[in-house]
Every structure is written in C-alpha cells, then in structure tokens.
Design a protein around this ligand. Sequence first.
Ligand SMILES: Cc1cc2nc3c(=O)[nH]c(=O)nc-3n(C[C@H](O)[C@H](O)[C@H](O)COP(=O)(O)OP(=O)(O)OC[C@H]3O[C@@H](n4cnc5c(N)ncnc54)[C@H](O)[C@@H]3O)c2cc1C
Length: 553
Amino acid sequence: MNALFTQTPPRLGNQYRDDAFLRAYLRRVLPPEVLREIEPQLEELGRLAGGELYALGLEDRPNEPRLTQWDAWGNRVDRIALTPMWQRVAPLAAEHGLIAIPYEARHGRYSRLHQFAAVYLFHPSSDLYTCPLAMTDGAARTLLVAGNRALIERALPRLTSREPRRAWTSGQWMTETTGGSDVGRSETRAVPAEDGGWRLYGKKWFTSAVTSEMALTLARPEGSGPGGKNLALFYLETHAPDGRLNGIRIERLKDKLGTRKLPTAELLLEGARAEAVIGTRDGTRHIAPMLAITRTWNSVTAAAFMRRATALARAYAREREAFGAALERLPLHRETLAELETETRAASALALELVALIGRDEAGELDDAGRALLRLITPVAKLLTAKQAVACVSEAIEGFGGAGYIEDTGLPAILRDTQVLPIWEGTTNVLALDALLRADVDAGVAALQARVAEALRDAPAELAPAVAAATGALAHAAAWLPAARSEPPQLQAGARRFAFTLGRALEAALLIEHARAAGHDDGPAALAAARRLAQAPIDYIVESPADPSALLD
Ligand SMILES: Cc1cc2nc3c(=O)[nH]c(=O)nc-3n(C[C@H](O)[C@H](O)[C@H](O)COP(=O)(O)OP(=O)(O)OC[C@H]3O[C@@H](n4cnc5c(N)ncnc54)[C@H](O)[C@@H]3O)c2cc1C
C-alpha cells in the first residue's frame, strides 16, 4: 500500500566507477603508471562523492553559514559559523591535496589532470567548497608568477598544505559596487604605512569565501591615476596575529539565489594591513594568472555539475515508471537522456583539454602556438561550459517531473548553484569579448585549427559528417573574424557567436578524437556522443545579424 504513495529516490554509486567517459578519457591520455598511481584516490573520491558526502549534503541542506557581528557585550566580532558540511569537506580537500597536487608536480605535465579529475569528482558533493579552493589555487599560482619571494615563502606552504590545520584558503577580492567586469573603476585606496607596508580603505562588494585566511585584492595607491593600469595587486591576511580581523568589517552576508553554503560577504576595509605583491601598478595584469586558474575551475566544476545532474536523471529514469515502462525505455525520454549524456561529455572533454594544456604549460612544454591556444580557450571553455551546465541541469531537473522542483530532493539547489557559473569569474559577454579582442586572437585561432585537425586525423569513416561539421564551423568562424573587423560594433556584437562556435567546434573534435582512440571500453558510447554532438548546433556565426536598434531604441 505504502508503495503507491512513494517515489524511489535516485541512488548514486561510486562516481568514479560509474563515469565511463572520465575513466576512458584518463585511460587514453595518461601513461598507465600514472593512472595506476592516482586511481585509488579517484576511487576513494568517487566513493565519498556518491556515498557519505552525498548523504551528508542532503542532511545538511537546511544549514547555512551565519554571521555574528556583535557579541553579548557590545563588541564587534564579525564571526562566521560554517555549515557542518563545510567543516567536513575542508579537511578532506587538504588531505586529498586538491591544491597541493599540481604544486608537488609528481606527475609533471599530468599533474593538473590528476588534480582536476579529483576536483571533478569532489565538487558536486562539496557544497561549493570548490569556490575557495579555486581562489586558493589561483592565489598560489599568482604569487609564483609574480615571484615575490617573501610572500611565496610565507603563503605558499600554507596554500598547498595537505595538513588541514596548516592549510589556508585564499579569497580574490576584486568586485566593487562600481563594477565587477569593469574593475578599472575600483575605488579602494592604498595608503603607504610607516612600517613599509600599505593600509587599504574601501568597500569590496562580493567576497567569497570571507572565511579564508588571506586574500589577493586590487587597490589604487594614493596619488595614482584612474583605470586598471593604476591599480596595484595586494596581499593581505584576514586576521591579525591576535586573532582579530585585520582592519576589516563584515557588513553582511549576501542573500543569494544559490551557492548558499558559501559565505559571500560585503566587506569594509578600514585600514587593512596589506603588502604590494609586485610593484604599484598593472594590478589587473598581475592578477590575470588567478583568473586563468579560477576560470579553469569554473569549467571543470560546470562539467562536474552536468555529470551529477545527468547521473541523477539517469538513475531516476531507471526506477520511475510512466505509461507502463521505466522512463529510460520511453523513446522520447531516452532521447533527452542521450542529449544530457552527450553535452556532459562534450563539456567534460573541453574542460579537460584546457586542464591538459595548463599542465603542459606549467611543465614548460608549450610553444608559442600552444600558449596562444591556452589563452584563447580559457575564456571560451569557461563561457561555453557554464552555459551548457545551466541548460543541462535545468533539463535534468525536468527529468524528475514535479519531484525535481521540490527542495528536499536536493535537486533545486543544484540548479541554483549552477546558475552562478556564467556570472562569476567573468560573465559570458565579458569573456567572449576577452577571447575576441585579445591581441593574439589570430594566433589562437590558427593554433585551434591545428589542434582540431590533429583531433580529427584518422577519424572513423562513419564520423565523416561530424568531421565536416566541426571543420566547417571552425573555418566559418576563422573567415568571419577578419571580415567583421572592418566594423567594430559588428565585431563586438558577434563576440558570443564567435566564442560559441570555436568552443563547440573544439568539443565536437574532442569527442571524435575520443571515439577514435582504439581499445577503450567506452567505444560505442563515445561514437554515439561524437555523432550526436555534430547534429546539435555547432556553427553560431551569423553573417548579417538583424540590427538590435529596431527592437531596443
Ligand atoms: C555568488 C557570487 C560570488 C562572488 N564572489 C566574488 C568574489 O569572491 N570576489 C569577487 O571579486 N567577485 C565576486 N563575485 C562578483 C562577480 O565576479 C561579478 O558579479 C561579475 O564579475 C560581474 O560583474 P558585475 O556584477 O559588476 O556585473 P556587470 O559588469 O555590471 O555586468 C552586467 C551585465 O552587463 C554585461 N556586460 C558588462 N560589460 C559588457 C561589455 N563590455 N559588453 C557586453 N556586455 C557587457 C555582463 O555580461 C552582464 O550581463 C561574486 C558574484 C556572485 C554572484
């Protein structure tokens, strides 16, 4: 009787073992001895992600971080209590070396793939703890690139520590009320202090997670002119040695659509002690390595959310019946699930391609063309995977019918959390312009064409239409670029279509490359995904778009 009134919840297994694409991909690209060495960790993270952490996340659902600004005696304290889930996953992240792995670099060029395979498994069961991790990784990289020895010696061992009690995370405080995309308008002032350091005064409008031990931030040294060039990059620790906040007031925690486990605060800097990381100008340039890393985390976590949503939708479709059959047997629902699986694979392949390139760059193996490719696909992968993730997670939730809309299934939170991915670390438009207007875009496109040609070499004959779709779209984008340059507004207006086309063409090529690789047991699925993606929209270029003025003015 009871069974009539219940629905079977979707069950997750080991998220590494169940991920045929990820396993086949790693088997294809990693040397066997590297895979042998890292696989036990991936198994363990897959077990945790589909088991204990998934269950804990559901149980922890109603909890949110809490800010206490005053103690009982009228003292300003600005303390944040984290959720039980965050208290569980923070030490796990350190112990698993989610930041340490690429800095230890045990596997050379493959170290980044190792790290991000682990991140991909960890992320969907971490309640967005990957946000501070991303910024921590970005801060470590930025300090290394800047070459400030004192700060490297002070902070790097903490940022990359595997010991939970020693490990620090870092914030990235850029956005002000004047703008997140247009940070050149930042108003935070830096005033030289008698001790040789600096004091910062201003308001940071979005800071996640404010519980980090340090932050990298931008401020304008007193007397400097306007614009991004006149901002400097600063390092600060959030607490003084006596445990009090370092000239920082937490005004409030943001009341957000999603990412609610992540304490995002508005901060007042009231003389926060800080050190210049590298010189007193060009802050936006010096913080660029941080953004390159956080955008990569964004791409990987987008793909990871897609994998989680797809895994849940597929698991549910095996159990739930309608019209006398399990959902997964109904032809149209099968079509929907196949599309989710295809898009998840495409986004994963693109994100992992970016990761592999960073690994090679950090191992000193990229030539000029490789670096131009890396610079181009960093924004392209971020913007495309974020958009794919929102669409995919939304579709996956619809796959649960009404249950997908009900909070205590845990499903709505995935959609809300995913919705931040196209916004932070650069919106879709801002990144599309970043890709299009960079000085070395032509070199990047040429390198992309070479990479796509390599991926398509010796493609199976049955994938000939897919090969034609990928190469045709890319050629179209490459031809559009010089033609559009003669009309700058048209060029800007086409930036999204250009970036989507580059990204989709690369995704199509990467799925074909994956399908071609002989011997992996993902073969039939890989072929089907490559064929399907090529049947989906790839070429977004429009030669003569209708003028928006008639609609808007
Ligand atoms: C949950 C959350 C956490 C965050 N955490 C942090 C953090 O820790 N640190 C931090 O520094 N920031 C953080 N941010 C801020 C985030 O990075 C910014 O909100 C984002 O970069 C966009 O900036 P903005 O809000 O000023 O939007 P705007 O720049 O005002 O953008 C508004 C719209 O205009 C479009 N647009 C802007 N410029 C152009 C252009 N030239 N051409 C075409 N379209 C354009 C954008 O695409 C967007 O659609 C966080 C944001 C959120 C939501």
